[in-house]
Design a protein around this ligand. Structure first.
Ligand SMILES: [Fe+2]
Length: 308
């Protein structure tokens, strides 16, 4: 069989089984990547300036999207845990908004691990989610390292923490997660600079690269912030950003250990259209129950070292 057919066959087999093995205790590591929830108690959506505006959010249904994701994660994905790469709230200064996010996340049947984003504020995030902003945990031989990316860059403590983690866990497969990415595609980066007049990368992305790139134990870096689904391999490390939960196509990412690397798929959510009629019904407490149509899309990534 030609190599291309072998690869196609393997991807097909991998895809068919991606969401079919949930809940089995012998499953490989499976976790969810949520990002940019931008939850806000709001009675109307902002006007988007143009079709690609990353801040054209469905704020009025932001908690509904989160609730729909939590239900789907519990019922259909059943991951080992969930990581959330920042912007949990849209108005981070409002502690009631932060508490409402936690109330929803506490409904997860698994642990969850958030980090602060640009929109979050430590003065409200800390009292609700705790004041450990850079932290780590180990599961199934994987070390997950959360970095404090408050206000756009990883601070000195975060950088020190990352270096220590890399040094102290040389044999663990490591996944680093934070709010802003350290890599984006050249096209996306150029467009972002032109449209927004600024980079969407971590403010000290260059410094982070000097630490991350030589670390052979780091397998993947997960981020949010740019509200785009991007995947790329740099120096044998997978760099992923996941889009905002409350923007089209209203999805979140599921990652799974496969052949020593990570593969991923998406779960797509659907809510009733936010018409004036059902918003009024919601305000009166007579909204119809949330309907969720779930479609799993799959894509496999080869094990570390097989793609540069
Ligand atoms: Fe965001």
């Amino acid at each position: 069989m030609k190599p291309v057919f072998v690869v196609a066959f393997l991807i097909l087999v991998a895809s068919r089984t991606f969401f079919e093995t949930a809940g089995e205790t012998s499953d490989p590591l499976r976790f969810v990547h949520l990002s940019d929830l931008h939850c806000q108690i709001a009675d109307r959506n902002p006007e988007g300036k143009f079709p690609l505006d990353p801040h054209q959010k469905d704020l009025v249904r932001s908690y509904d999207w989160l609730a729909a994701a939590v239900r789907d994660i519990n019922e259909n994905v059943r991951p080992d845990f969930v990581v959330i790469t920042g912007d949990l709230t849209n108005l981070g200064s409002q502690i009631s908004h932060v508490r409402k996010v936690k109330d929803e996340l506490d409904k997860l049947n698994c642990p969850y691990y958030p980090v602060v984003g640009d929109h979050d504020r430590k003065t409200t995030y800390g009292p609700v989610f705790g004041e450990k902003y850079s932290y780590a945990f180990t599961t199934n031989g994987w070390r997950f390292v959360a970095l404090d990316g408050y206000r756009g860059g990883v601070n000195v403590e975060g950088l020190r923490f990352l270096k220590r983690e890399i040094r102290d866990h040389p044999d663990d497969r490591m996944v680093v997660f934070m709010h802003r990415p350290v890599y984006m595609g050249r096209l996306e980066e150029t467009l972002a600079k032109r449209v927004y007049g600024t980079s969407l990368l971590a403010k000290n992305a260059g410094e982070l690269r000097t630490i991350i790139n030589p670390a052979s134990n780091i397998r993947a870096v997960l981020a949010g912030h740019c509200h785009l689904n991007l995947e790329m391999v740099r120096n044998g490390q997978l760099h992923i950003t996941s889009g905002s939960l409350i923007e089209p196509p209203y999805q979140y990412r599921v990652l799974e250990e496969r052949d020593g690397g990570l593969s991923w798929g998406f779960r797509y959510l659907r809510l009733p259209r936010a018409t004036g009629m059902n918003l009024a019904a919601k305000a009166e407490g007579r909204e119809r129950s949330v309907r969720e149509d779930i479609v799993g899309a799959k894509r496999a990534i080869p094990a570390r070292g097989s793609q540069e």
